[in-house]
Design a protein around this ligand. Structure first.
Ligand code: GLU
Length: 476
C-alpha cells in the first residue's frame, strides 16, 4: 500500500448538528489519512432535500473547522452528483446487475402484509428481476439491484475483523427511485468511487450497508475499498448515546460547556482507541501513533468527568491571551483595559478551572462593581471577629508603599505575627471582602490585580463605617 494512495472521507448527512459520534468518525478518518500521508475528503450527503438544511451544513463545517479537521480541498455535495448516480444505475442494468422493477407501492404493501400475517420475514422477490419488458411504455419503475442469492460475502474489516454474510440475506434493494433520484446505497458507492476513496471508516451502524454496497462495487468492477466500522459511542449507563445523555452536538460542548477543541479532540481520540496508558495525546503524537487496527470492537462509554479533567489540563496549558479572548467573548465582550487585566490574571485563574464557564466565573471578582455582594460562604467568613480583624488589615495595607505580591504579603504576615494569628485567619476574611467568595486565586495576587485603591475600597465596604473613616483619614 503506497502512502500517497490513501484517501478517506467523512460523509455526514446534514440533518442536525455535528454529532459527537460523527466528530469522532471524522477525527479517525483525518488521523488515518494524515498518518499515511494521504487525503481526507468531506462529502455532505444532502440528497434528502426535505431533511437537509443550510444551518446543519454550516454547523458541520463550523464544528469540523473548530476541531481542526476540515476536509482537504472544497467539500463535495452529494446532491450535485445525482445525474451521475442515475447514469451508474443504468450501467448496472446494462451489465445485468440491476433491473427495472414495476411493482407498485400497493402491490409491495400487500406482499408485506401477507408476510406479516404468515409471520415470515419480508424479502422482496420481484418477478421483474428476470424480465426486460415493461407493463406499458411509460409505466413508473424503480431500479433494483440484482443481489446475489447464493454463496456468501466476506468483508475483512479493519476494526471488526472478518465478517461474513450469507447472500440469501441480501435483498434486491432500490438503487434509483421512481422519480429518478438515487438512494443512499447507490449514491455512497458512486461517490466513494469517483472521489477515489480507498478506506471507508464510519460507524458500525453501517456495517450491514457495507455488504450491499460491496455488491454494487463488484458489479461495476471498481476497486473495493477497505472498510473500518468503528463501534458507536454509548452513554455512561451503557445505552446508545442519545439526547437524554445531555449534550450531543459539538457546538454544545464548545458553547455551553466551555470545552476547548484540543480537549474534545483528545477525548474523542481516546474513546475507543488507545496508545498504552497515554491519556494526554497531542495532535502530532496522534498522527504519528494512530492506527485503526487498535480501535476496540466494543462500544465506548462517554465519560463527562474524564472530558472535564482533560479540559482542565488543556486550559492550564493554553496561552493566557487566547483564554482571555475566549472568556471575554463569554462575558459579552470586554474593554481593552479589562481584557489586559484578565490576561494578567490568567496564570492564576486557569490553575483552577475545568471549563471556560468556571474560568469566567473565577474572573468575576475582577469586574464586579462595589459594594460586592457576598456569597454565603464568604458572608460566613466575615463574622464579627473577622470584621474587626479586617479593620486592622485595612490599616496595614493602607500603609504599604510597594504594592506588589511580596510587599503586601510581608505586611499582612507581619500583622498576623503581631496579632499572634495564623495567616489564614486574616487571609480568609480578606478574600471574602476582595472577591465576595471563599475561594479565589492567591490572595496577594488578587491584591496586586485589583490595585491598592480598589482593594482598600472593597475592604472598607465590609467595615463598620466609623472605623473606615478613621483609616481613610489616617491614610490621607
Ligand atoms: N451519510 C451517512 C451518515 O451520516 C454516512 C454514510 C457513510 O459514511 O457511508 O450516517
Amino acid at each position: 500500500m503506497s502512502a500517497s494512495t490513501i484517501v478517506t472521507r467523512f460523509a455526514p448527512s446534514p440533518t442536525g448538528f455535528l454529532h459527537i459520534g460523527g466528530a469522532r468518525t471524522a477525527l479517525f478518518n483525518w488521523l488515518f489519512a494524515r498518518h499515511h500521508g494521504g487525503k481526507y475528503l468531506l462529502r455532505i450527503e444532502d440528497t434528502d432535500r426535505a431533511r437537509s438544511t443550510p444551518e446543519a451544513i454550516e454547523a458541520i463545517l463550523d464544528g469540523l473547522s473548530w476541531l481542526g479537521i476540515s476536509g482537504d480541498g472544497e467539500p463535495h455535495f452529494q446532491s450535485q452528483y445525482e445525474a451521475r448516480h442515475a447514469e451508474v444505475a443504468l450501467q448496472l442494468i446494462e451489465r445485468g446487475a440491476a433491473y427495472r422493477c414495476y411493482l407498485t407501492q400497493e402491490e409491495l404493501a400487500r406482499r408485506r402484509e401477507e408476510a406479516q400475517a404468515q409471520k415470515k420475514p419480508f424479502r422482496i422477490t420481484s418477478e421483474w428481476r428476470d424480465r426486460s419488458d415493461a407493463p406499458s411504455p411509460d409505466a413508473p419503475f424503480v431500479v433494483r439491484l440484482k443481489a446475489p442469492r447464493e454463496g456468501e460475502t466476506v468483508i475483512e474489516d479493519m476494526v471488526q475483523g472478518r465478517v461474513v454474510v450469507q447472500n440469501a440475506e441480501l435483498d434486491d434493494f432500490v438503487l434509483l427511485r421512481s422519480d429518478g433520484t438515487p438512494t443512499y446505497m447507490l449514491a455512497v458507492v458512486v461517490d466513494d468511487h469517483d472521489m477515489g476513496v480507498t478506506h471507508v471508516i464510519r460507524g458500525d451502524d453501517h456495517l450491514n450497508n457495507a455488504f450491499r454496497q460491496l455488491v454494487i462495487v463488484r458489479a461495476m468492477g471498481w476497486p473495493e475499498p477497505t472498510y473500518g466500522h468503528i463501534p458507536l459511542i454509548h452513554g455512561a449507563d451503557g445505552a446508545k448515546l442519545s439526547k437524554r445523555h445531555g449534550a450531543l452536538g459539538v457546538d454544545a460542548y464548545r458553547d455551553e460547556m466551555g470545552i476547548l477543541p484540543e480537549a474534545l479532540s483528545n477525548y474523542l481520540l481516546r474513546l475507543g482507541w488507545g496508545h498504552g496508558d497515554d491519556e494526554i495525546i497531542s495532535r502530532e503524537q496522534a498522527v504519528e501513533w494512530f492506527d485503526i487496527d487498535h480501535v476496540g470492537k466494543s462500544p465506548s462509554r462517554f465519560d463527562t468527568k474524564k472530558l472535564e479533567n482533560l479540559n482542565g489540563h488543556y486550559i492550564r496549558h493554553a496561552e493566557d491571551s487566547r483564554l482571555a479572548v475566549l472568556v471575554a467573548a463569554r462575558r459579552g465582550g470586554l474593554e481593552a483595559e479589562q481584557l489586559a487585566l484578565l490576561e494578567q490574571a490568567m496564570p492564576e485563574l486557569k490553575a483552577r478551572a475545568r471549563d471556560l464557564n468556571e474560568l469566567s466565573a473565577n474572573a468575576d471578582f475582577l469586574f464586579v462593581a462595589r459594594p460586592l455582594s457576598l456569597d454565603d460562604k464568604a458572608a460566613a467568613l466575615l463574622d464579627g471577629d473577622a470584621r474587626a480583624l479586617l479593620g486592622r488589615v485595612h490599616e496595614t495595607l493602607s500603609g504599604v508603599s510597594e504594592w506588589t505580591h511580596d510587599g503586601t504579603e510581608s505586611a499582612v504576615k507581619a500583622l498576623a505575627e503581631a496579632e499572634g494569628l495564623k495567616l489564614g485567619k486574616l487571609a480568609q476574611p480578606l478574600r471574602a471582602a476582595l472577591t465576595g467568595r471563599a475561594t479565589s486565586p492567591g490572595i496577594f495576587d488578587v491584591l496586586v490585580l485589583l490595585g491598592q485603591d480598589e482593594s482598600l475600597a472593597r475592604i472598607a465596604d465590609q467595615l463598620d463605617p466609623s472605623t473606615v473613616t478613621l483609616h481613610l483619614k489616617e491614610r490621607n
